[in-house]
Design a binder for this molecule. Sequence first.
Ligand code: NAD
Length: 247
Amino acid sequence: MSLKILLSGAKGRMGVAIASLSGEHGCEITHPIDIGDDPAQGITDCDCVIDFSLRDATRPLAELAGKHAKPMVIGTTGHDQEDRNAIEQTASTIPMVWAGNFSTGVNLLFFLTQQASRVLDAESGFDPEVIEMHHRHKKDAPSGTAERLLEILRESRSLTGEDVSHGRSGMVGERKPTEIGSHALRGGDVVGEHTVMFAGVGERIELTHRATDRAIFAAGSLRAAKWVVDQAPGLYSMQDVLGLSAW
Ligand code: NAD
């Protein structure tokens, strides 16, 4: 039997992509909600709530899901700390998957970067750098995914945000051992590319993910929905859905 989904942001780019893939993932969008609709109308009749809308819509929707004990998947980004805290609080009563990136490949890239960082640590002599490329319309840099990769590298070397060098220009001097370079390329219609490079002396390792279709995020969120309905209340990541947290 299909999983009945209440989808918030149903008319948006992600909402349309999720609806078009729902059937092949064993889900049905029984309650498509967009701006102006009342999610309370369909909440009692759905199995799971998926949110890819606007940051202001997530918190009231999470509170509604919490009140009706409905599992939830959140893909919407850009929440402030107050909203994050309130939404996370709701996760103590319902199972919730919240991920800034639902691509299987990107989550594997996070995992592989964590593993590689353990071996190629500060003592290894390898210099980490992150390179990302996106389409010409992207307004922010670095991407949220690149930020997460930089965070993983910083954590592994006990560095702070000040150790990240965003692009290099002019007489910047030699690369410091504690430095991590971050480089954002923009152009054309590139959906998203991320490379973590560990440059050593005489050898270099590169971990690269290339996204060619936004449908990967839609497919990941449906996979998360099918997974989350069987979980105990709590806040989960896409790493949990993919079984990477246990490694
Ligand atoms: P979009 O602008 O195309 O669509 C957003 C939709 O939400 C619109 O149809 C809008 O009318 C609707 N909306 C606005 N207010 C609403 C409300 N109060 N209730 C219900 N619907 C409301 O944006 P998009 O590209 O589909 O992205 C949606 C969100 O998902 C963004 O925050 C984006 O950053 C995020 N996103 C996350 C991932 C991921 O993997 N986690 C991937 C892509 C996009």
